[in-house]
Design a protein around this ligand. Structure first.
Ligand SMILES: Cc1cc2nc3c(=O)[nH]c(=O)nc-3n(C[C@H](O)[C@H](O)[C@H](O)COP(=O)(O)O)c2cc1C
Length: 335
């Protein structure tokens, strides 16, 4: 079902809020959610046709994406003066795929962010200037993270780069993850869903030559033919821009479990919006968390306990050019 709120008259405002909130960060830009109205409530559900498989082996990124959507909708509602609260569904209803419910809340959501922040947020995949968040900003982020029961960890980009290259080599060495990337990339404006979802050439900051090259390389025939000839290594190095130059990579560690991932998605959204207010952008990377080898390295470095998990890993820094000059990533209409 579409993310549009259908039904009762007077729903237009809520429908507009849902569309605004759909600007939330989400893995591969699949926008894995749907929202429908039930009585006075808005029900958030998983859209199975839009849920990643091989690229999200633990389902973590999907839950984080739902969390990002929840936080974004609460911020947009508060900004519009609409009092909304959210309650997560416990137990994960497999039949209805319900994630949680939004309902009217007399006091509304308390937040320092606005719908302008949600609209302006974007991931940065271009070149970076050297430097990162200062100690005060990092401290502020650490306090916010701890308030939610998580902890913020960091490493310099020089340590992060070999980890990312190794993780990407794993990612590009797996036929299933590359096939899913192929499914969700739109490397030509002629792609029928270029303006709706997925990862397009503009978002990936690819030149014309690069986009044609990548499209060819990850297509099933060429990929199969070149897989054994060093193609995964080449793609891994090409995709390590998040660790370019001298800067900071942050991680978020917290209790394990799907509900905690939902909470972490909300937290990440607040952290990323907070950084962005200071001109700092982020580039999240999932492969270091999913590649068993790099995951073990990170768990050891950051002393992740058996009942904890590393939920996110992202570069935070200063873009070398103005991110707002680039076109925003696409969203399907109606949310
Ligand atoms: C949980 C999560 C995981 C992500 N993982 C990656 C990643 O591994 N590599 C990447 O380039 N972007 C990653 N992203 C960024 C998304 O691709 C991005 O949010 C989406 O394409 C929409 O673009 P926008 O955030 O600029 O609007 C991730 C985002 C989320 C929320």
């Amino acid at each position: 079902m579409d993310a549009r709120l259908s039904g009762l008259s007077g729903d237009d405002d809520l429908s507009a809020l849902v569309s605004e909130a759909a600007r939330a960060a989400n893995a591969h830009n699949t926008q894995p959610w749907s929202v429908d109205r039930q009585g006075d409530e808005l029900v958030l559900r998983r859209d199975r046709a839009r849920t990643l498989g091989a690229s999200d082996p633990r389902g973590r990124d999907t839950m984080l994406s739902f969390g990002a959507f929840v936080e974004s909708l609460l911020v947009c509602a508060a900004s519009a003066g609409v009092g909304l609260g959210f309650e997560a569904s416990t137990g994960g209803d497999a039949e209805t795929d319900e994630v949680g419910r939004f309902s009217r809340h007399p006091e509304g959501y308390q937040t320092r962010f606005s719908s302008a922040d949600v609209r302006g947020r974007r991931v940065w995949r271009g070149r970076w200037r050297d430097g990162g968040p200062g100690p005060d900003l990092l401290q502020e982020a650490a306090v916010e993270t701890e308030r939610m029961g998580f902890r913020l960890v960091s490493m310099p980009t020089r340590d992060a780069r070999p980890i990312l290259v190794r993780a990407n080599r794993w990612f590009f060495g797996e036929q299933a993850t590359v096939a899913e990337l192929d499914q969700w990339t739109r490397l030509s404006p002629r792609h029928p869903r270029y303006d709706e979802d997925g990862l397009n050439d503009a978002m990936l900051v690819l030149s014309k030559v690069e986009r044609v090259g990548l499209r060819t390389l990850i297509g099933p025939r060429v990929f199969r033919a070149l897989r054994g000839l060093g193609l995964p290594g080449l793609l891994a190095r090409m995709s390590a821009s998040a660790t370019q130059g001298s800067g900071t990579v942050l991680g978020v560690v917290g209790p394990a479990g799907a509900q905690q991932e939902l909470a972490a998605g909300r937290l990440l959204t607040r952290l990323w919006l907070g950084f962005q207010r200071h001109g700092l952008y982020v580039h999240p990377q999932s492969a270091p968390l999913d590649c068993p080898e790099t995951r073990a390295m990170l768990d050891e470095r950051w002393q992740v306990a058996p009942d904890e998990q590393l939920v996110a890993w992202f570069r935070v820094g200063i873009p070398a050019s103005d991110p707002t000059a680039r076109v925003a990533s696409p969203r399907r209409s109606g949310g």
